[in-house]
Write a new protein. Structure first.
Length: 274
C-alpha cells in the first residue's frame, strides 16, 4: 500500500514540476514573505502546510495543533479556535533566515481539490448562509454591479447573491472588489513553482493521503485525520453532482471562461477538464 502511495506522490510532483517549467519563467525568483504568507508552521514535527481553503484546511490546522501539543485531540478544537485563535505560526512571521531554514529542512505539503468543486463549495459556504463579512463586502458590490433592478433590500444587505452573478464577478477583469483566498488560484496561494513541495495531497483521496502523510512524518499512531465536516454539518458536502447543478446555471461561454480562469490549477494538479 505504501509503495503505491509513494508512486502517486512521485507522479503528482512530476506533473507539477513539468507544468512549472513549461509555463513559468520565474521559477528561480526570490521567495519573499508574501509568497509564504499562507504557509503554517509546525516546529515539533517540522511541517510546513500551505493552506488551501475548502480542501480540508480546518481539519489540517486541527492536526497541526495536536502535533504541536496545543490540544490532545482534534475533536476538542472548535472552528473559531482553528481559524481565529492564532495558535499556529505562519512562515512569514519569521525573519529571512528563519524562513529559508524551514523551507530547506521541513516537510512542505499542500492539499488541493478539483477547482470547480472548490469554487462551488466556497460559494455555498460564503453566500448561501448568513455571513457578516462576505455579504456586506462582496455581496453588495456584486449585486450592485451585476443585478439589473436590484431591490433596495438586496443592495443594503448584500445577501442572496446568485451563482451566475458570482461568476460574472469572478471573470470580470475590472471586478468591483478584489480576489479572496477562497476562490483564488492554488498557484497564487502556494507558489508551487517557487516552493518545491514534498507532498501533494488531494481532497478526493483525503483520508488515504492524509494518513500516509502522518505516517511519513512519524506522527503518533493514534492521530488520524478527522473526517467530520466542519461547518453546516447537516448539509451535504459539495460533490461532483452538486457542482454540475451550479454550473448548469451558466452559459457555455461562462463555463469555458471559468475553466480558462483555473486552467493552471487544472493542469498543474492533473485534474481533467469537466
Amino acid at each position: 500500500k505504501w509503495k503505491s502511495l509513494y508512486q502517486i506522490q512521485r507522479e503528482r510532483k512530476q506533473v507539477m514540476r513539468e507544468t512549472c517549467s513549461k509555463y513559468k519563467s520565474n521559477n528561480r525568483r526570490i521567495i519573499t514573505p508574501y509568497h509564504v504568507s499562507r504557509i503554517f508552521v509546525e516546529d515539533k514535527y517540522r511541517v510546513l502546510y500551505c493552506e488551501v481553503p475548502k480542501a480540508g484546511c480546518s481539519n489540517w490546522k486541527r492536526v497541526l495543533m495536536v502535533l504541536n501539543g496545543l490540544a490532545s485531540s482534534t475533536k476538542d478544537i472548535q472552528h473559531n479556535t482553528v481559524h481565529y485563535g492564532n495558535y499556529l505560526k505562519r512562515l512569514d512571521g519569521f525573519d529571512h533566515k528563519g524562513i529559508y531554514h524551514r523551507l530547506n529542512t521541513y516537510t512542505k505539503m499542500l492539499f488541493i481539490r478539483e477547482p470547480f468543486e472548490k469554487l462551488v463549495s466556497a460559494f455555498r459556504d460564503k453566500f448561501e448562509h448568513p455571513n457578516n463579512y462576505y455579504h456586506p463586502v462582496f455581496g453588495k458590490a456584486i449585486i450592485s454591479r451585476y443585478r439589473v433592478n436590484a431591490t433596495k433590500e438586496a443592495l443594503r444587505t448584500g445577501s442572496g447573491v446568485q451563482f451566475k452573478e458570482f461568476i460574472q464577478y469572478l471573470l470580470d477583469v475590472h471586478r468591483p472588489v478584489g480576489m479572496d483566498i477562497h476562490w483564488d488560484h492554488v498557484n497564487r496561494l502556494c507558489s508551487p513553482c517557487l516552493i518545491d513541495y514534498d507532498f501533494v495531497g488531494k481532497f478526493e483521496s483525503m483520508e488515504e493521503d492524509a494518513n500516509f502523510f502522518l505516517h511519513l512524518i512519524g506522527a503518533p499512531p493514534n492521530l488520524t485525520f478527522p473526517t467530520f465536516k466542519d461547518r453546516h454539518s447537516n448539509e451535504e458536502r459539495t460533490t461532483t453532482k452538486i457542482t454540475q447543478q451550479y454550473f448548469a446555471q451558466l452559459s457555455p461561454s461562462q463555463r469555458q471562461r471559468s475553466y480558462d480562469f483555473y486552467y493552471m490549477d487544472y493542469l498543474m494538479f492533473n485534474y481533467s477538464k469537466p
